[in-house]
Design a protein around this ligand. Structure first.
Ligand code: SF4
Length: 267
């Protein structure tokens, strides 16, 4: 730890802080949502996260400003309020978004500051940045919750706006580093990746990585649909239903067999 690094003053842009989460890393967690993402996943349940710019969204008929400029120190003072819960549950801070790697200095300051304060750290991310950016964060990251959405670059591009080559390369390098506990998270999205073959391919890829702790299958849901209307955008997945329970069980068995990893449904 560099005692001269003034993480408190590093500035960044968030759009939410959620306390008492139990799905985004170990124990009870406070999730800080950073604004900005390089992908445009059609199923994204946080469309207000995607643009880095501050926006207005209509929520329950009222206009709401989405996005706030703040500092790592101010955010961590809020995160620290739940320290007793973290201590009892093994929880801590989780960075989410958006994609935290779009604000690498701010993400680093948050993770570094949390570690300085003795708070466990996790980050949800799809790893779409130069590896050098990710490498800067790893010393301060206890759990990397890494999204792998598909193994086929073209299908990945059709549904998210980008091919996946860089993300898969980064997954291998993060795993190889052994510097963080790596969990692979797969959003299971009908018409995108919910066949046995597609999940088996993702799981086999995860199984070949070194040091993977767990694989999570996260069923698609439509909880973000109203936000698209609130932003004046079309929700292009409106005809897609969440995967049925039996389907998820089948895909869970598939993932276990193909990866040899401990697998679960949900975060
Ligand atoms: S990577 Fe995550 S935050 Fe970014 S568009 Fe996709 S689902 Fe949304």
């Amino acid at each position: 730890m560099d005692e001269t690094y003034n993480y408190r003053e590093v500035q960044g842009r968030i759009f939410d802080i959620q306390r008492y989460s139990i799905h985004d890393g170990p124990g009870i967690r406070t999730i800080v949502f950073l604004k900005g993402c390089v992908l445009r996943c059609l199923w994204c349940c946080n469309p207000e996260s995607q643009e880095f710019g501050i926006q207005t969204m209509t929520v329950a008929g009222e206009k709401k400003v989405i996005g706030e400029d703040t500092t790592a120190g101010r955010v961590l003072d809020i995160v620290e309020r739940d320290r007793p819960y973290y201590r009892r549950s093994g929880g801590g801070l989780t960075l989410s978004g958006g994609e935290s790697l779009c604000q690498p200095e701010f993400a680093k300051a948050l993770l570094y500051g949390a570690k300085m304060r003795g708070i466990n750290t996790a980050m949800e991310s799809m790893g779409c940045a130069k590896y050098e950016v990710i490498e800067e964060l790893l010393p301060y990251l206890d759990d990397y919750l890494l999204d792998i959405k598909h193994t086929d670059p073209q299908k990945h591009k059709r549904f998210t706006g980008r091919e996946n080559n860089l993300m898969l390369e980064n997954a291998a390098r993060i795993a190889q580093s052994g510097m963080t506990r790596l969990s692979i998270r797969v959003p299971v999205v009908p018409t995108f990746n919910d066949t046995v073959q597609e999940i088996a391919a993702i799981a086999a890829f995860a199984g070949r990585l070194k040091n993977v702790y767990r694989l999570h299958l996260l069923p698609y849901h439509r909880l973000g649909q109203d936000k698209y209307e609130g932003l004046g955008r079309e929700y292009r997945m409106k005809d897609i239903l969440p995967p049925a329970g039996e389907k998820m069980e089948l895909l869970l068995r598939t993932a276990r067999e193909a990866s040899g990893l401990e697998c679960q449904i949900g975060g």
